[in-house]
Design a protein around this ligand. Structure first.
Ligand SMILES: *Cc1c(COP(=O)(O)O)cnc(C)c1O
Length: 821
């Protein structure tokens, strides 16, 4: 019946041996025959590629085995659709999960090659902006680890997130060229190609009295071709596929035009097609709103759905079984057009009725919401949507008609509620609401932390929630402990293993056995020594890249994440300015030496975020060069934040800054990484911080500031930031210094707009939370001065963070949303 069955006589591959000797032989073999290099002249990069190919062969055996078993068992497949996968480097992940890391180190060592050195050469695949994309990457690893047959679908951007450079303290964006040396992880699948249409018109064909068929005649067509990267789970439990689409023209060159002398015009189609997969939009938590973005969304949604339906028909006779055999998770609204695309494919291409198709779609999709900011919810102008996707526009209207009828039947919903439920926003120029489309087209809608889930029900989706009260549920985010403990902090990992044995390696919640060591002075000393080594490594990086010398005995206070006003790097910088004032005014006091480290990228079009980076750098220059500070405070903005930098900075943190305006951070995952690696958190009651407090205990986390409820009340009733500022001596002095140009002699008014915003509206409650934050910081100082207390708390953080493993999150998705057991 299908290909797999026809080839059943092909034997499964023999398991490969992975002794250092065999690995060494294979490395030489790959170097010679696949890379074509004489080992005598091979460059570090060649060794890296050879090592990856050796690992990849082992993963490939496992991969084929996993795929075959899924087919034979008839298990449900899960598809994770995401416009972003912030993967980072893959080699260390792959070899630790395969369990060949030590053997490979030894094998390379026999040729005088240091695996740690060549590992640094692997490009950092940054096909995402921040938390949403990193979550997708952690989920891919966890789905393989907990043995769920899963595929990630996305776009293989030629240029991922830009490389950030500093020029005189300003962010400069440079193109990222992660594919410059090729990508040994991926397999291009020319045979898995699909046509994707845009524009054109829809013809109506009346088959008979009852049945009308719609025929979309796109004006433009491009080809989507699959590129597969295997993702191996912990202990090689199974290997799943990350399938990223590349775009190609139908006709690579218009030969007629070329021969007629139009050499540039002949290539236009080709350039246009390829532009689809060229760059990742660099905005985080705000929709790009550009036509190319909608094209990208449809391109990858359509290719993925065609692929899913083809695979289903290869195994099953028709689509009635689709919801039993397929779950499609929409990572935010970026793939929401998939709802309309599935209905189109099932009706127009496969001949199902609209009602059948709609029923199947609703039982197949589920949707994860990542933000409540009303301005961040994607909408598209109806004229653009209609021009680019005329058939989908019809389907959206048809779905909307059904929903409106259901809503009208629900007596409790008034006209206003019905207007907010509609897929079309009629309040201004008409727009398609992608959040509503994803919501009505899914059987499950999840928030990403407990607080965020409750806020979803109360705010943006309140009326949809009243119409479909069973749909919203919570799945608190997680992080993979393989990358975010085992690999990034090998010394801490070994210490834990020595103390509590191996059980935590397969179940992160077993980390709680470490609690028994929290007050053990000898254990504390070893824990502290590891933290110090990690800080020395980070200090070396900062010294090499920026020429700033850091004292590893100082408290390393770290805030790394996208630069966004709601994340409030500004609050942290103002506090640094205030602390600077106080250190100079009160030299007689015992100040705790601190290093405040920042890293993060700003969207290129986000003016205030870029100004905040400049402010951090301006403040750093003044403080770091003022002898009156006596080295008690340093401020550093480390350029080009990405996964690889996080892997170095997270293990080196004493204090983790998670200080978003309450109600605005959906979950956060950076917060989890730090606490797992033994940092104390200073944070607001926002996102997953709330659940972190519940897990680690409120005495082991420093919570401050307004609650989400207080923030929304202050916004609704109006608050008076000017009075707040004038009531705080420290805050007004710090703001005056910033606004008057103390840190910007070359342009004294540079930051006056930023400061004016705090006086006039303070939307993000920076002024409102300042005093509470400063007070919390001094309490943190007091904890720091007692090492036994400090390490007691930080060890308990590591011990109690196991629940935030993404394995737990994925098990919940699997049990409660996908039913993919
Ligand atoms: C974890 C991570 C994030 C998310 O950080 P938050 O603090 O949760 O915003 C963003 N970028 C990178 C590179 C990460 O590793």
């Amino acid at each position: 019946m299908s290909r797999q069955v026809e080839n059943e006589n092909v034997p499964a591959a023999e398991p490969r041996e992975s002794s250092p000797k065999i690995l060494a032989q294979e490395i030489i073999e790959r170097l010679t025959y696949r890379i074509g290099k004489d080992p005598k002249v091979a460059k570090p990069h060649d060794w890296l590629t050879a090592a990856i190919l050796v690992a990849r062969d082992r993963i490939t055996d496992n991969w084929m085995d996993s795929t075959r078993k899924t087919y034979e068992s008839g298990r449900k497949r899960v598809y994770y659709l995401s416009l972003e996968f912030l993967i980072g480097r893959l080699m260390r992940d792959a070899i630790t999960n395969l369990g060949i890391d030590e053997a490979l180190r030894e094998a390379l060592g026999t040729f005088g090659v240091d695996i740690d050195v060549i590992a640094q050469l692997e490009p950092d695949a940054a096909l995402g902006n921040g938390g949403l994309g990193r979550l997708a990457a952690c989920f891919m690893e966890s789905m393989a680890t907990v043995d769920i047959p899963a595929y990630g679908y996305g776009i293989r951007y030629v240029h991922g997130l830009f490389r950030q450079q500093m020029s005189d303290g300003w962010q400069v964006e440079l193109p990222e060229t992660w594919l410059a040396h090729g990508n040994p992880w991926e397999f291009e699948r020319r045979e898995s190609s699909y046509e994707i249409g845009f524009g054109g018109s829809v013809e109506t064909v009346n088959i008979d009295e009852e049945v009308t068929r719609y025929l979309w005649k796109p004006a433009e067509r491009v080809i989507a071709t699959a590129c597969d990267t295997p993702v191996v789970g912990w202990r090689a439990k199974r290997t799943n596929t990350l399938r990223l689409w590349t775009a190609h023209p139908i006709d690579p060159i218009l030969l007629d035009a070329f021969n007629a002398g139009d050499h540039i015009g002949a290539l236009r189609e080709s350039n246009k097609a390829e532009s689809l997969a060229r760059v990742l939009y660099p905005a985080d938590a705000t929709p790009a709103g550009q036509e190319l973005r909608l094209r990208q969304e449809y391109f990858f949604s359509s290719a993925s759905l065609q692929d899913i339906l083809r695979r289903h028909l290869q195994q099953y006779p028709d689509f009635t079984s689709l919801p039993d055999k397929v779950s499609i998770q929409l990572n935010d609204t970026h793939p929401a057009v998939s709802v309309a695309e599935l209905v189109r494919l099932l009706t127009d291409v496969h001949g199902l009725s609209f009602d059948q198709a709609w029923d199947i779609a609703r039982h197949t999709f589920s949707y994860t919401n990542h933000t409540l900011l009303p301005e961040a919810l994607e909408t598209w102008p109806v004229p653009l949507f209609e021009r680019l996707l005329p058939r989908h526009m019809q389907i959206v209207y048809a779905i909307n008609a059904k929903i409106m009828i259901e809503a009208r039947k629900e007596k409790r919903l008034g006209d206003e509620a019905i207007r907010t439920i509609s897929l079309i926003d009629e309040s201004g120029d008409r727009r398609v609401r992608m959040g509503n489309l994803a919501f009505v087209g899914s059987h499950s809608i999840n928030g990403v932390s407990a607080l965020h889930t409750e806020l979803m029900k109360d705010t943006v989706f309140a009326d949809l929630h009243r119409l479909y009260p069973q749909r919203i549920n919570n799945k608190t985010n997680g992080i993979t402990p393989r990358r975010w403990l085992m690999q990034c902090n090998p010394a801490l990992f070994s210490l834990i293993r020595e103390a509590i044995g191996d059980a935590f390696m397969d179940d992160a919640e077993e980390l709680k056995a470490l609690d028994a060591f929290a007050d053990d002075r000898e254990f504390q000393a070893r824990f502290a020594a590891i933290k110090r080594d990690n800080k020395v490594k980070l200090a070396q990086l900062v010294q090499n890249r920026m020429g700033v010398r850091l004292n590893p005995s100082a408290m390393f206070d770290i805030q790394i994440k996208r630069i966004h006003e709601y994340k409030r790097q500004l609050l942290n910088i103002i506090e640094a300015v205030s602390l600077y004032d106080q250190i100079r005014s009160h030299p007689e006091l015992d100040w705790v030496p601190r290093v405040k480290l920042f890293a993060g990228k700003a969207a290129p079009s986000y003016h205030n975020a870029k100004l905040i980076i400049k402010l951090a750098n301006d403040v750093a220059r003044v403080i770091n060069n003022d002898p009156a500070v006596r080295g008690l405070l340093k401020v550093v903005f480390v350029p080009n934040y990405n996964v690889s930098l996080a892997e170095i900075m997270v293990p080196a943190a004493d204090l983790s800054e998670q200080i978003s305006t309450a109600g605005m951070e959906a979950s956060g995952t950076g917060n989890m990484k730090f606490a797992l690696n033994g940092a104390l958190t200073i944070g607001t009651l926002d996102g997953a911080n709330v659940e972190m407090r519940d897990q680690v205990g409120e005495e082991n986390i420093k919570i401050f500031g307004m609650t989400a409820e207080e923030v929304s009340k202050a916004r609704a009733e109006g608050h008076n930031p000017r009075a707040i500022i004038e009531g705080s001596r420290e805050l007004s002095q710090a703001l005056q210094a910033i606004a008057s140009g103390v840190f910007s002699h070359d342009d004294r008014g540079r930051f006056s707009g930023l400061v004016d915003g705090l006086y006039s509206h303070d939307w993000f409650m920076v002024a409102a939370d300042f005093d509470a934050y400063a007070k919390a910081q001094r309490e943190v100082d007091a904890l720091w001065t007692d090492e036994a207390v400090w390490y007691g708390k930080t060890i308990r953080n590591t011990a109690r963070m196991g629940w935030f493993s993404s394995d737990r999150t994925i098990r919940q998705y699997s049990k409660e949303i996908w039913r993919a057991g």
